[in-house]
Design a protein around this ligand. Sequence first.
Ligand code: CAA
Length: 282
Amino acid sequence: MKVTTFGVVGSGQMGNGIAQVAASSGLNVVMSDIKEEFAARGLAAIENNLARSVAKGKISADEKDEILGRIKITTNLEDMAAVDYVVEAAVEREDLKFNIFRELDKICPAHVILGTNTSSIPIGRIAAQTSRPEKVIGMHFMNPVPVMKLVEVIKGIATSEQTFDITWELCEKFGKTPAEANDFPGFIANRILMPMINEAIFCLYQSVGKAEDIDTVMKLGMNHPMGPLALADLIGLDTCLAIMETLYDGFKDSKYRPCPLLRKYVEAGWLGRKSGRGFYTY
Ligand code: CAA
């Protein structure tokens, strides 16, 4: 199966990043969102990123225009009827993703693979919403998508080898390095990353250190490019909480309990960079 048109559901920071790498690899892209202004904002983010690449001499102005010319935005999910492969990158909420997959299953022709960028919801549970579980797979990009090399490719219990192979090849076409994971809560990336971030939040909660000091320890002591609290702000504290909840629900192990301070911040609407306030102010 040849993929020439790639669909992305969701135009937020993950969705627009995925659309950018897909269009940059030469594919036509359809990027959808529920509101015109969200889709337009996603496209503007891509435009900004590409403009920075032009300014740095990484791509030419013509290449930028060609890449942008390959991206169509829409608020009509029915437009996914015209794509060869879809990846869903909506908010990390199970009910919402389930609805999208039920809809996509009706809209997309039977041969189309339905990928999900979920960071922790079981692929099998998402696949069960469709009549094509063998064509449902996790395609988990890292933030910021244009920069990070990894894509975690997650096989659900019913995912076929063909679906896996096509997804793997697409990741390589996008210039990424795929890594294979099986379908357990949090997969590999967030099973390891999120408890570390959660523990950093406990350190703040219990006044072991101030946010800046916790981050400095991990940056300079462990050579991490960002401290865990700054990274949590980048990922979004609502997403971090949702992932911790998934780990806790999935394993029923107290080591995955979300830190109460994380919940408090999310309840206050302090979601990190995207809301202007998280562990830091932006
Ligand atoms: N979009 C596009 N490009 C970006 C970007 C963004 N949002 N942010 C930074 N960049 C680019 C910059 O333009 C710059 O490009 P050049 O090399 O061409 O100049 C490059 O990235 C480096 O940026 P900076 O020099 O400004 O800053 P930096 O060296 O500190 O790097 C960073 C920034 C890449 C974000 C780095 O701090 C980093 O790697 N942080 C950790 C990120 C990480 O761990 N991500 C995974 C999160 S977990 C996840 O996503 C999964 C999940 O399910 C939660």
